[in-house]
Design a protein around this ligand. Sequence first.
Ligand code: HEC
Ligand code: HEC
Length: 380
Amino acid sequence: MLIFPFCRKEDNGIIPVSDLFKLNVASHLTVSEDAPMVSILLPDYFTGMFDANEVAPSKFELGRVIFYDRHLSEDGLVSCASCHRQENGFSDPRRYSQGIYGRLSARNSMALGNTIWFGGSMGIDSMGAVRLPLFWDSRAHSVGEQAKSAFLNEHEMGLSMPEVIERMEQQSYYAWLVNRAWGDSLITEERIFESLAHFMGSIYSVDTEFDRALQHAGGFDFLGGVLPAFSEAKNRGKTLYLEHCHSCHGSLYSPPFIFEANNGLENPYTDPGKGAISGLFYERGVFRVPGLRNISVSGPYMHDGRFETLMEVIEHYNSAVQSIFGLHGDLLTFNEVTQTYSPKRLQLTEADKSALVAFLHTLEDRSLLTDSLYSDPFRQ
Ligand code: HEC
Ligand code: HEC
């Protein structure tokens, strides 16, 4: 364990703290000496669903620096942000992400635009329900558990936690940042994860055309009504969403209604998803139901990034859901004549498909994608 001296002695005495800040922090980072203003402002219809996380701004900012810091990987080239890019809703536009030494991740990176819903990031929600588990196969239950696996993974960052701590101790800015967040400059695993949780637990997207249209219409209409601020196509898209997608992906101002499902991408599944962990046959092909906010910028889509565009995604649900054991019931239809179940065919017209795409585009939050509070703080 190494405790950093917070003030260095020079010939003529002690360097004032603000000079230390300039020397050790401001020369590397664009953060300012005062902790940033971080306030989570959710529309009324959100707050009925769950409480916003309590964010400590100085922990948030420490988490942000860790998130963007390439020093914290084996080859010094990869940070969390290499695979979770702000302009892409904190996902990766490449089908598979590049970790250390150019190694590829096994799955498509997940968007983090709704991390505010994450399980255990800060406890349980206001309804007493446990929040969303993490990863495509739900294998992590807290942001700490998840972040640890990103650091350790040999395809991602490839360091043990003592090595991460050592790397942080070698960078001059951490002593100051950790001290501001925790009152002393000791770097521990718990502090790293909690700081990351403060940063990630405050990523949320509510500044969208959809939310503005909903607020304009008086807020909580349970999605059902015609939104006057929407074009006809977007309202049509919303209706189709309610009909075919809502039962799993949720009301859009709540976590998905169903946490995980098999949506019939292939038969058999190359990557068994949850089934690989549980060993259960009927869980082969079961994956997390992702949130759809910022979906227009977070492609390619699905756990293996197989679809480039939203139109391809919709065509999958429209005409290509595979018949496979374990396929979720909402994607099945019962044939009275043959007395059998088969995958649903939605029979959408071209106009319907475009309307659904147009609606999904209204879920894009430009301010999150460009907000400097969440951007790369490094100067180089
Ligand atoms: C090399 C690329 C890469 C790096 C580096 C990386 N991630 Fe990821 N991240 C992924 C991929 C791929 C997934 C999906 C993995 C899976 O489900 O198996 C993922 C999933 C996640 C999830 C789960 C999201 C959800 O909705 O369940 C979170 C949170 C996350 N990463 C945060 C981080 C943090 C924090 C770091 C840095 C400590 C990090 N990631 C580093 C590629 C990366
Ligand atoms: C039975 C539940 C269910 C229904 C109904 C459903 N989905 Fe999905 N959706 C999923 C699951 C599960 C995944 C992740 C599957 C995977 O990656 O293997 C997914 C993934 C997606 C993705 C990719 C997200 C990403 O981050 O890569 C999009 C986009 C999507 N669905 C849109 C829709 C639309 C549009 C509809 C309605 C036409 C719909 N879904 C209906 C369960 C469902």
